[in-house]
Design a protein. Sequence first.
Length: 420
Amino acid sequence: MIALISDFAASHWSSLIRFNVQSSLFIALTLVLAYFLRRYPARYTKGLMLAGLLKLFIPPFISLSAGTEPIWRTGNEFLVSALAPSSVPRGLTPGLPEATLLFWLGGITAFTLLALIRAGRIHAALRHYQPYRPEPWERELLHPDRVRLLQASGDDGPMLTGIFRPKIILPAHWQAMSLAQRRIILTHEISHLRGRDNIIILFTTLARVIYFFNPLVWLLCSRLHSSMEKSCDDATVRALSLSPRDYSGEILAISEKNREDVFSLSAALSFSRTHKNLKERMLYQLKRKERAMRKPLFYSMLIILTAAFVLAASQGLPSIKDRAVDFFDLSVKPRLTHKESPVYPELARKAGIEGRVTILVYLDETGRPVEAEVVKSVHETLDEAAVNAALKCRFTPGEKDKKKVACKMAIPFDFLLAKK
């Protein structure tokens, strides 16, 4: 298991790091743009947040190459053979890439279990809810959407839940509410359904599970949830011809009778998720701007599309391993100008461990070693010392067709104990 994780980490570590950095930069830009558009119709900020969410699910550029080509040395040059990389065990102590990957997998497992537990709580609660028979005006309001109405037995609701069979949960005191409040609630929840918010929230849950370590992802999902609520508020105000002030007063009266949402990591959309969220929605209704959005929207989308293009282009650049030219294909071979002597690990010296470690180094267009990997192992302590030394070696650039190119070559390091 450790060997499998080690191989994956060694192959994809740099690609995953680059993808996470790019995604974080893209999300940060999205959040900044959304901040400047916070007083404009929420559907625009919702679109920006969806762009950030989509970036998280575009897979990183990962090379699918089968492996590396180890080498042996003859004289002063390094030749490439067709042998497979060494599979000598490197011990049970993971390095930084392996430890990080284990932490990531453990976090995904923990947050997946948490999401499943909360989804199970919703499913268990649904069993105790009673089917609600809508009145004629309610059926007319729901048409043509296929959605079931359930009435809660406690303080739950109103909220929308379910992906393939959506359900609107009505509070137990539904009949005691005024007609205006009931129209607001149904219109609001139907707006969520028509905006596919019940599907979007599933992807925000997946994003928080996969990127649990990234606070920007959590902030993005929180802002997206807020934008969805505000967008549905706007749709409700338009549909019912209400003034923002009257609507704010009604949702405040509705929320005073409901508890805060406890299903924050599940595919459920609550009418009043938290009191802080409610206050933010009310302020938005009272302060939002109605003026034309053409210029702000145009410039925002121009910036976001430009950023997406730049990040996608940089993500698509081949890594050093992908663009490295084989030794035999070079017209001018790299020449070793400085070979760093490895430090003999004291632990290996005391244990009497010796042998030759062969390191495959990837040189950039200037001849500088960028990455290194072990292709013939002796022991993990000697391997680490050899890798560190290989990265400090210096070469003249390799050339192909009179052009300096990235290439790969090998350096053998001999660890020999003095004979007594």
